[in-house]
Design a protein around this ligand. Structure first.
Ligand SMILES: NC(=O)C1=CN([C@@H]2O[C@H](COP(=O)(O)OP(=O)(O)OC[C@H]3O[C@@H](n4cnc5c(N)ncnc54)[C@H](OP(=O)(O)O)[C@@H]3O)[C@@H](O)[C@H]2O)C=CC1
Ligand SMILES: O=C(O)[C@@H]1CCC=N1
Length: 272
């Protein structure tokens, strides 16, 4: 189904995540004429992307009507400073949708009138290929229609989960928001390890590029990750030798637990 909103979409901050979402929405048929980008420091690539699609992008785009959705996709510290500027753009039916890590509903609402509808969401960059996951929470002003619009936008680029407990957003940020970076780090490390083991950089890269089907298998299989891992591991074989290094004394598990705990802690710090 083609993605449509009841009014314009104002994207404030078209960087890596805002850009990834926009790419996903256009792929899902969102009319670029309804999208406006406000970003004083648009990258050359995003500027060219916007121009190619005929999207108005500057530091103060003129909108034909109050926006249905104002998407705040700037860094968390910028989001806070920006909110007083956002206030005059909010129309009667506008919902302010923020993806800023750690920015709570309370801190987002602080600079807006009490009646403004605000949704806090945590997406991830696989949204650009329609395979993201976003976890959201709405404040009490969000109407069923506004929730439907946010849901439509976010489900156009992947799965959407609504929660009632805002504290969940910290571990969600640590696992799914930041999670793609851990997978990319693994890919980087594997590529380098291949080179260290004697592969040419070209071969190591080629083999890395072929690894994404493992993600597809994990997504499509009825088996859990541990079973899929065991399916690769022949007793006494090569995988077992590698996993002994990674899993000895729960090394990998401990390292990832520490990494996720550090990210969740940082998310909580950003809210204060
Ligand atoms: N990247 C990710 O995977 C995810 C990011 N997020 C959240 O999304 C938000 C954006 O992150 P990300 O896309 O990575 O960051 P980026 O820095 O890539 O994007 C932010 C963009 O906003 C611009 N900007 C700065 N000030 C303003 C302003 N006053 N008005 C409008 N635009 C402005 C930035 O310019 P400049 O570069 O000059 O500062 C940049 O182009 C963050 O709050 C982050 O927590 C959430 C989930 C995942
Ligand atoms: O690194 C960050 O703070 C943001 C939030 C999740 C992914 N990127």
């Amino acid at each position: 189904m083609t993605l449509r909103l009841a009014g314009p979409l104002l994207l404030i901050g078209a960087g890596k995540m805002g850009g990834a979402l926009l790419e996903g929405w256009l792929k899902q048929g969102l009319d670029p004429a309804t999208v406006f980008i406000q970003d004083p420091a648009l990258s050359e690539a995003m500027g060219a992307f916007a121009a190619r699609h005929g999207i108005v992008a500057n530091d103060a785009p003129e909108l034909p009507a109050p926006p249905a959705v104002i998407l705040i996709a700037v860094k968390p510290n910028v989001a806070e400073k920006l909110l007083p500027e956002v206030e005059p753009m909010v129309g009667e039916t506008t919902v302010v949708l923020s993806i800023a890590a750690g920015r709570t509903l309370e801190s987002l609402s602080r600079y807006l009138p009490d009646t403004v509808a605000v949704v806090r969401a945590m997406p991830n960059t696989p949204a650009s290929v329609g395979q993201g996951i976003t976890v959201c929470i709405a404040n009490a002003n969000v109407t069923a229609e506004q929730r439907r619009e946010c849901d439509a936008l976010l489900s156009a680029v992947g799965d959407v989960v609504w929660v009632e407990d805002e504290a969940l957003l910290d571990p969600v940020t640590a696992v799914s928001g930041s999670g793609p970076a851990y997978v990319f780090l693994l890919a980087e490390c594997l590529e380098q390890a291949g080179i260290d083991a004697g592969l040419s950089p070209e071969h190591a890269r080629q083999l890395r590029e072929r690894r994404s089907p493992a993600g597809a298998l994990l997504a499509q299989s009825d088996e859990d990750a541990a079973t899929l891992r065991k399916n690769v591991t022949s007793p006494g074989g090569t995988t077992a030798a590698a996993l002994e290094v990674l899993m000895d004394e729960e090394r990998m598990k401990t390292l990832l637990s520490r990494a996720v705990a550090a990210a969740a802690k940082r998310s909580r710090e950003l809210s204060s």
